[in-house]
Structures are given as structure tokens and as C-alpha cells.
Design a protein around this ligand. Structure first.
Ligand code: NAP
Length: 229
């Protein structure tokens, strides 16, 4: 099919939290927004909220831990829109908050890696050929300071008491993936970044967190719309 003229952006885990706000703010920039979620009802409800604000938003089901789901979704994007300009890998889980590294189970580690790191890799691999067709792409990986090796080893870090070994390591992998993709895509006008949104008031961040989701979305949105240089 002929590609649509407007830029098309895909945000994973966009039914709530930071992802919902990134989706809202990108849609406000006159893009066609593919709001992706793993649960149809919450995905439709979120899309409905944004459509009610006259934004151009479509629901796209994706479970980022499922390769078949990713391939089916990007196939639909190709057929329906013929282009994909922005990918925000936002979906994430933290299921091992209190677990210590010596007690970390294989299944907890595998599940966390599948969602937080392998999903972004598979999505990037699926989307980059579409981006290359237009000579334009922005990939933003929503990462965390908890994945920084400098932070993990720093006894004075404000996060020094945080355990979450699977979550931390998944974000370390995501950071490494970001750098490897950026290196691989140098010179293609497909820019790849990672960002920590801060400690944010969401289901994951909890009620005590100081940053509102709308503020946390600002840097990912800026990275998703970086100029070519
Ligand atoms: P959240 O409110 O818990 O939202 C997480 C989102 O990810 C939900 O939409 C969830 O969908 C989705 N998700 C989880 N597993 C998925 C899967 N397999 N496939 C598709 N979607 C999936 O968390 P948040 O705070 O907005 O987090 C967003 C991102 O920011 C995450 O990558 C997180 O690691 C990162 N981050 C958050 C903070 C913070 O303080 N909140 C700090 C640093 C980094 P369901 O509704 O179906 O569960």
C-alpha cells in the first residue's frame, strides 16, 4: 500500500503509566499514534481516552514478551500504514523488587529479560527495515538508573538499598542494546537512545514517587522527535 504522509509512532505498554503519557504527547505532535498494549480492554479504553481529545490514535495489540505477537503487529503496521517512524520501547515489569541476587529464580530472571530487554530487541529488529525504507527513524528505550553499572556499585547511591536484580540486569542489557544498535545504525538517520524517566508515580513507581507521568514523558518525547543532526 501507499505510505501515509504523517509520521507513525508506536509506543509499547501505552495503556497506562508513563507509556500512556508518551503516547498522548506524541499524538499531540500531529503523528499517527499506535497505542500498543497486551490487554485488549485496557488498550481500547486508553485509545478511547485519547481519541476523545481528537488525537489520531489506533490500538495495536502487542505482548512484547511474545515474538509471534510482535511479528503479527509489525506486519499489520506495514500493511495498514506502510511506514513506521518512531518506536518507543516503554513496556516493562519489575517482579523481583525484594529479591536478592543469591535467591533470584531462573523463571523470574527469564520473564523480566523477555519483557524488558528481548522485547525491545525483537521490536527494533522488526521495525528498522521499515524505518530504513524512509531514511528516518527514532528508537527510544525507556530504561532506568537502576540498570547503570556505576549506580549498582555506588554505595552512596540513593538507590543503594534497592534489590530488584532481574530488573536491574534487564535494564543493563537494554542500555547495552541501545549502544549496539546506535553503532550499527550510524549514518542511517535512525537514532537510538535510552532514557531514565526518574522515579515516577505509576503502578510500578508507587504513590510516593516525586515525578508525575506527564513530566516523565517529556524527555522520551524529545528523544523520539530529535532533529536529524
Ligand atoms: P507501569 O505503570 O507498571 O506500566 C507498565 C506498562 O508496561 C503497562 O502498560 C503494562 O501493561 C506494560 N507491560 C508489562 N509487560 C508487558 C508485556 N509483556 N507486553 C506489553 N506490555 C507490557 O510502569 P511505568 O512506571 O509506567 O513504567 C514504564 C517504563 O518506565 C518501564 O519500562 C519502567 O521500567 C520504566 N521506569 C519506570 C520508573 C518509575 O519510577 N515508574 C523508573 C524508571 C524506569 P499491563 O497494564 O497489561 O500490565
Amino acid at each position: 500500500m501507499n505510505a501515509t504522509k504523517k509520521r507513525v509512532a508506536l509506543v509499547t505498554g501505552a495503556n497506562r503509566g508513563i507509556g500512556f503519557e508518551i503516547a498522548r504527547q506524541l499524538a499531540q505532535k500531529d503523528m499517527t499514534l499506535l497505542l500498543s498494549a497486551r490487554d485488549d480492554k485496557s488498550g481500547f479504553d486508553a485509545r478511547q481516552m485519547l481519541s476523545a481529545q481528537q488525537l489520531d490514535v489506533h490500538y495495536l495489540p502487542i505482548d512484547v514478551s511474545d515474538q509471534t505477537s510482535i511479528q503479527a503487529a509489525i506486519g499489520k503496521v506495514k500493511d495498514k500504514f506502510g511506514r513506521l517512524d518512531v518506536l518507543v520501547n516503554n513496556a516493562g515489569i519489575m517482579i523481583d523488587g525484594q529479591t536478592r541476587i543469591l535467591e533470584l529464580s531462573l523463571s523470574m530472571f527469564q520473564n523480566t529479560l523477555a519483557t524488558n530487554a528481548l522485547g525491545p530487541l525483537l521490536l527494533s529488529q522488526a521495525c528498522i527495515p521499515l524505518m530504513k525504507e524512509n531514511g528516518y527513524g527514532r528508537i527510544v528505550n525507556v530504561s532506568s538508573t537502576l540498570g547503570s553499572l556505576n549506580d549498582i556499585i555506588n554505595p552512596d547511591s540513593s538507590y543503594a538499598e534497592v534489590q530488584a536484580p532481574a530488573y536491574r540486569l534487564s535494564k543493563t542489557v537494554l542500555n547495552g542494546l541501545t549502544v549496539l544498535l546506535a553503532k550499527e545504525l550510524r549514518g542511517t538517520n535512525i537514532l537510538v537512545s535510552a532514557v531514565c524517566p526518574g522515579w515516577v508515580r505509576t503502578r510500578m513507581g508507587g504513590d510516593e514517587a516525586p515525578v508525575a507521568p506527564s513530566d516523565a514523558a517529556e524527555t522520551p518525547v524529545w528523544l523520539a522527535t530529535l532533529p536529524d543532526d
